[in-house]
Design a protein around this ligand. Structure first.
Ligand SMILES: C[S@@+](CC[C@H](N)C(=O)[O-])C[C@H]1O[C@@H](n2cnc3c(N)ncnc32)[C@H](O)[C@@H]1O
Length: 285
């Protein structure tokens, strides 16, 4: 300690300082690898012909996921602002294999899919035996999700039009065993409050998957977001992109008992995960 103090004092005189890097919550080495969990893919079809599926999907101009059905019928993503990496058909499947194994068996679990878009995650969880409520602020996405529910026969999924800030246990029939907060945090202006609201919905695990601002600082990177595409904020306004350290600090502030960052164990992942510009946490609520 005296050496550190002396070193610090000397550095201070020269205009420098030592900054402490907070210890990781849990080292990856001590984190057991879960049993693999594969997505149900291609999607089953509950008696729908190719033409009927094409007709249903043609009702919507924009698709965030590239859906594929039994029998080789496949559709591409369609965005107002196509992205090189974000439009790759394998993206949601890679994401699924990356973090969903940490949830374990979904059979009989109650799952909340926040900002469910057209229902990729909800339908997967429902096909794997969970009772799912998915909601999104965009009515056309809930319409699309219900179309996919009919086509796939994922009867355990229920979809609602709801804004994130209207989410309460009372509005959604109580708390959930698993809460999926995926791809939303960085579209909202108030990430700390958003995590607090997410916590209120959970009685088991939360999976938090978010883009992070690439910096070691504890910081929020503010930007203005327009709602011009189905993957964007539902309303124009500030979107606050947290750094990874900021997310960790917010989890600490909210007194979650335990959490860990999902380690990148494979190269078979979207580039934003490989470069740590997107991170997933498994949080015990
Ligand atoms: C990048 S997509 C993520 C979709 C999905 N959760 C995933 O991770 O694959 C963002 C989604 O958040 C929804 N969204 C944005 N702001 C919202 C809000 N205030 N309330 C509910 N949904 C919102 C959008 O409509 C869109 O479906």
């Amino acid at each position: 300690m005296p050496i550190k103090r002396l070193l610090r004092r000397t550095l201070r005189r020269l205009g420098y300082d030592i900054l402490k890097i907070p210890a990781a919550q849990r080292t990856f080495a001590s984190l057991p690898e879960p049993a693999p969990l594969a997505p149900v893919w291609p999607l089953p079809r509950a008696g729908f012909s190719d033409d009927e599926i094409r007709r249903e999907l043609a009702r919507f101009p924009h698709w965030h996921y590239a859906y594929e059905f039994d029998g080789g019928l496949a559709f591409q993503t369609s965005h107002v602002n196509p992205g090189l990496d974000s439009d790759r058909p394998e993206r949601p499947l890679q994401r699924f294999r990356h973090f969903m194994p940490y949830v374990g068996s979904l059979a009989g679990k109650r799952v909340l899919d926040i900002a469910c878009n057209s229902g990729f995650w909800s339908i997967q969880c429902a096909l794997l035996g969970a009772d799912v409520v998915g909601f999104d602020a965009r009515p056309e996405l809930i319409d699309a999700a219900n179309a996919l529910k009919r086509i796939t026969g994922a009867d355990r999924a229920e979809f609602r039009v709801l804004d994130f800030w209207q989410m309460t246990p009372e509005a959604l029939g109580g708390q959930f065993d698993i809460v999926l907060n995926l791809g939303l945090l960085y579209h909202l202006a108030k990430p700390l409050e958003a995590l607090e609201w997410t916590k209120a919905m959970a009685r088991g695990q939360i999976i938090l998957d978010t883009a992070v601002h690439p910096s070691d600082e504890i910081a929020l990177h503010l930007k203005w977001e327009e709602p011009f595409d189905v993957r964007m904020a539902a309303e124009e306004g500030i979107a606050a992109l947290p750094t990874k350290a900021a997310v960790e600090l917010m989890l600490r502030h909210l007194r979650f008992p335990r959490w860990f960052e999902v380690p990148v164990r494979s190269d078979d992942l979207p580039i934003d995960y490989l470069t740590r510009r997107r991170v997933t946490w498994v949080i015990d609520a």
